[in-house]
Design a protein around this ligand. Structure first.
Ligand code: SAH
Ligand code: SF4
Ligand code: F3S
Length: 470
């Protein structure tokens, strides 16, 4: 039997409310996340729902009763990684027949019940808007059946669920402010896997951020696929909050709470948002502004709804309003019909902006997207790869140059913990999101701010020493 449907979701919710808080039911949950920060944030919602059902979380999948894999569909290799990981869970299931394996997230949404046929070890398939139905779905599996719920919602924001922080450093946290995406970038599966865009009630966002601050957290990253289109109003329409307004509300919680956000969309980022960033010292001077391509014809095929000139104008607005702002980007190489000249325009855009950081990808055709339906994936893999390598080489140069500009300057760093390489060094990020590593000073603890003089840098990290704030 396949479970699913809105009614079950409501029942699941009621069950959750009636029985919470349950004592530990003796069962353990292991959850692993792939893809973007939204997925990692969703896993914390899932952990919360499962904890209310009595599950304890474990970091060791071999001792788990339920293994969840929260999946990503953005590129083919992201899906391949999940398939490979399922093989490893399959080996454990051979030893432990009672193990429940669940696939959550974007691949679950894309493949739906087909997943159960393709991957025999999978017991439950749950889309990103159906996590409230987990008590019901797990119940179905406990009864010996397989279960699927991949209904998308126009309202669900999980606003009332307090996430259980997973793998947390206790200092930085993600806060989801919206779900879904209404843009139809032709290459992208997200509108299909995450559904329609909806914004979460700002009161619940501020409350969550304030609670985090009171628990000792010092940085929140507000998450959405397109944060600039955040838009909320109460039912009477008297209270309206846009993204600039939300940023300000969160920034005002405390000057000691750092605020970051991702992702900004070039078509929607307003001067009002830029002025809000400039006004508040605790809103980090860092904007992730994915360009995808530097050529207007390719941007049009991608359905990004801006062109090269528009993007450049937004960058100059950032430089004008927030002179010290770091900018990062996403780039796709070898999109359908992209010529060498058009690829060169991506490289020249990189020179124009001088990005601090970039995520760079070869185009991967995704079933069901506009691009898959309309255009031929006609750039050979070796050409995509060579273009990617050119983009990566340029970015390495720029990242290094941008870091070098910080040398000799004092950085305000939020200490996140020890550096990966040594317990004698602390690591944390500056306002620009650059990693800064420096010798431990007994006067400072993780979760505190330190002023660090940047003295040297590698290609990705600043190295320095703590200086007296005065
Ligand atoms: N909402 C964000 C992007 C989310 S997906 C935005 O609009 O900018 C993260 C990145 O994955 C995208 O910016 C894009 O660069 C990349 N990506 C998405 N679909 C892709 C595909 N089919 N092939 C290669 N890269 C892709
Ligand atoms: Fe995908 Fe475009 Fe939405 Fe970003 S804005 S999630 S790239 S459709
Ligand atoms: Fe991947 Fe879904 Fe995020 S496809 S990038 S996990 S929204």
């Amino acid at each position: 039997m396949l479970a699913g449907g809105h009614d079950e979701a409501r029942q699941g919710e009621a069950l959750l409310l009636e029985t919470a808080p349950l004592k530990h039911n003796g069962r353990k949950l292991y959850i692993e996340s792939y893809g973007c920060a939204m997925n990692f944030s969703d896993s914390e919602i899932v952990a919360s729902i499962m904890t209310d059902m009595g599950f304890q979380t474990t970091a060791n999948y071999k001792e788990a009763d339920v293994v969840f894999i929260n999946t990503c569909s953005i590129r083919e290799n992201a899906e391949q990684k999940v398939r490979n990981r399922l093989r490893e869970f399959g080996a454990v299931k051979k030893q432990n027949r009672g193990l429940i394996v669940g696939v959550l997230g974007c691949m679950a949404e894309r493949l739906k019940a087909r997943f159960l046929e393709e991957e025999k070890l999978v017991d439950v398939v749950v889309g990103p808007d159906s996590y409230r139905d987990l008590p019901n779905l797990i119940g179905t599996v406990d009864d010996g059946n397989k279960a699927v719920n991949v209904l998308l919602s126009r309202e669900e924001t999980y606003a009332d669920i307090s996430p259980v922080r997973l793998n947390s450093n206790g200092i930085t946290a993600f806060v989801s402010i919206m779900r879904g995406c209404d843009n139809m970038c032709s290459f992208c599966v997200v509108p299909f896997t995450r559904g329609r865009e909806r914004s979460r009630d700002p009161h619940s966002i501020v409350q969550e951020a304030r609670d985090l601050f009171n628990e000792g957290y010092r940085e929140v990253t507000l998450l959405g696929q397109n944060v600039d289109s955040y838009k909320w109003s109460d039912e009477a329409g008297t209270e309206r909050v846009n993204f600039a307004g939300l940023l300000e509300l969160v920034a005002l919680i405390s000057p000691e709470l750092r605020v970051r956000f991702s992702t900004s969309h070039p078509k929607d980022i307003t001067d009002e948002v830029l002025f809000t960033i400039a006004k508040h010292e605790n809103i980090c001077n860092y904007i992730h502004l994915p360009v995808q391509s530097g050529n207007s014809r390719v941007l049009d095929l991608m359905n990004r709804t801006y062109d090269r000139e528009w993007y450049m104008e937004r960058v100059s607005a950032i430089r004008r309003i927030i002179p010290e702002c770091a900018i990062s980007t996403d780039v796709i190489t070898g999109f359908c019909t992209e010529t060498e000249e058009e690829h060169q325009e991506t490289l020249s855009m990189m020179d124009y902006v001088g990005y601090d950081f970039a995520y760079m990808f070869m185009y991967s055709e995704r079933p069901g997207t506009l691009a898959a339906k309309r255009y031929k994936d006609d750039i050979p893999e070796d050409v995509k790869l060579r273009r990617l390598q050119e983009v990566v080489a340029k970015q390495q140069q720029h990242s290094h140059e941008r870091l070098k500009l910080q040398l000799g300057k004092v950085q305000k760093v939020l200490i996140e913990g020890f550096s990966k390489k040594s317990k004698q060094h602390y690591a944390g990020r500056n306002d620009h999101n650059a990693m800064v590593v420096f010798p431990v000073n007994e006067k400072y603890k993780p979760g505190e701010y330190a002023y660090v003089l940047a003295e040297e840098c590698t290609t990705a990290t600043l190295l320095g020493t703590i200086v007296d704030p005065s």
